[in-house]
Design a protein around this ligand. Structure first.
Ligand code: FMN
Length: 317
C-alpha cells in the first residue's frame, strides 16, 4: 500500500488526501467524515460569521478526535475575528485561500500552528515558505471556486521545483490516476473539492450533487475575470447573465451585487439555475455519490493499481 508521504507525517494522517475547505460545504459532517477516514478534513469558513465557525469547530470535535483544519478566506469580512477564534480554540492546522496570509505567519509559527496556504504561483509559494509555511497547496485553474491562471499540470512541478516544503496538488483531481499524476509531478499529496461534494456526508443540496453527476467535460465556466476575482462554476442561467454583463462592461459593484448570496442559493438551497454552483472541470469524471470512506479507499486502491501497472513500462533511452 502507498505510504511514506511527508504530509502524512506532518499532519498526522493516514492518507495524503486533503478535503479542500469549501464555503458552506466544509461543515462538521464532511470534515469529520474525511478525518475519520484517514484524510484531513477542512472546515470552510468562507465569509460566514465567526459564530458559525465556532459552532463548526465544536461540532467537528464532537465527531472526531483525529486532526482537522480550518480554511480561512482572506477576503472574509470576519477575517480578524476568525483568526482570533482559531487561536482561542487552538486549531492546530490552518489553510488559507483567496489571498496572501503572509502577515499572520510569524504569530502562527510562534503558536505552533501548521500552516498550508493555497498558492497559484511560484512567487507566492516561495515567499510563504520563507515566512514559515509548513506546506503549500498548489491549486490549478481547473479547480472549483476561486481560481488562478495556471493549470495544475504546469503549476505543480514548477512550485515543487522551487520550494523545499511539501507541495499538495489541487485542481482537477478526483481519482487514483489523478493522485498518481500529482505524485509524478512532485506533489506529496492532493487536495480535492468537487469530488467530496458528491459524498453522502456533504451537506450540499442533492440537486447540486446531481448537476455534478450529470456534468460533462466542458460543463464549467470561469466568470469574474473583470472583477479580479475569477471563479469557476457549472454553467447555468446565473453564469450566462454574469458573462453578458461582463461583456457589456458592467461595473464591479453591479457584478458583485449580482453575485451576492448566490453560492448558498445554489449549493445549499438547490436553485441550479439562479444560484452559483462552484465546481471544477473534473466534475465530468464524477459519476456517483459515495461515502467519504469509499471515496478515499477507492482512490488509494486505484492509485496503487496505476503505480503497479506503470511499473511494467520500461523507458528506452
Ligand atoms: C463549492 C466550493 C467552495 C470552495 N470554497 C473555498 C474556500 O472557501 N476557500 C478555499 O481556499 N478554497 C475553496 N474552494 C477550493 C477547494 O478548497 C479546492 O482547492 C478545489 O475545489 C480543488 O479543485 P477541485 O474542485 O478540482 O477538486 C472551493 C471549491 C468549491 C468547489
Amino acid at each position: 500500500m502507498l505510504n511514506n508521504f511527508a504530509v502524512c507525517g506532518l499532519l498526522n494522517i493516514d492518507y495524503p488526501i486533503i478535503q479542500g475547505g469549501m464555503a458552506w460545504l466544509g461543515t462538521a459532517e464532511l470534515v469529520s467524515a474525511v478525518s475519520n477516514a484517514g484524510g484531513l478534513g477542512v472546515i470552510g469558513s468562507g465569509d460566514a460569521p465567526t459564530e458559525w465557525l465556532g459552532q463548526q469547530i465544536r461540532r467537528t470535535r464532537e465527531r472526531t478526535d483525529k486532526p482537522f483544519a480550518v480554511n480561512i478566506m482572506m477576503m472574509s469580512p470576519f477575517l480578524a475575528d476568525n483568526m482570533k477564534l482559531v487561536a482561542d480554540e487552538k486549531v492546530g492546522i490552518l489553510t488559507f485561500g483567496g489571498g496572501n496570509p503572509g502577515g499572520y505567519l510569524a504569530d502562527l509559527k510562534e503558536a505552533g500552528v501548521k500552516v498550508m496556504p493555497v498558492v497559484s504561483s511560484i512567487a507566492l509559494a516561495r515567499r510563504l515558505e520563507r515566512l514559515g509555511a509548513d506546506a503549500v497547496i498548489a491549486e490549478g485553474m481547473e479547480s472549483g471556486g476561486h481560481v488562478g491562471e495556471t493549470t495544475t499540470m504546469a503549476l505543480v512541478p514548477q512550485v515543487a521545483g522551487n520550494v523545499k516544503v511539501p507541495v499538495i496538488a489541487a485542481g482537477g483531481i478526483a481519482d487514483g490516476r489523478g493522485l498518481v499524476a500529482a505524485l509524478a509531478l512532485g506533489a506529496q499529496g492532493v487536495q480535492m473539492g468537487t469530488r467530496f461534494i458528491c459524498s453522502e456526508e456533504c451537506v450540499a443540496h442533492p440537486r447540486f450533487k446531481e448537476q455534478i453527476i450529470q456534468a460533462h467535460d466542458r460543463a464549467t465556466i470561469v466568470t469574474g475575470v473583470s472583477t479580479g476575482h475569477p471563479v469557476r462554476c457549472l454553467e447555468n442561467k446565473l453564469t450566462y447573465r454574469f458573462t453578458e454583463l461582463e461583456k457589456a462592461g458592467a461595473s464591479k459593484a453591479e457584478l458583485e451585487e449580482l453575485g451576492k448570496g448566490k453560492l448558498s442559493l445554489g449549493v445549499m438551497q438547490g436553485d441550479i439555475e439562479q444560484g452559483s454552483l462552484m465546481a471544477g472541470q473534473i466534475a465530468g469524471l464524477i459519476r456517483e455519490v459515495k461515502t467519504v470512506k469509499a471515496i478515499i479507499h477507492d482512490i488509494m486502491a486505484e492509485a496503487q493499481q496505476v503505480i503497479d501497472a506503470l511499473g511494467n513500462h520500461r523507458m528506452k533511452g
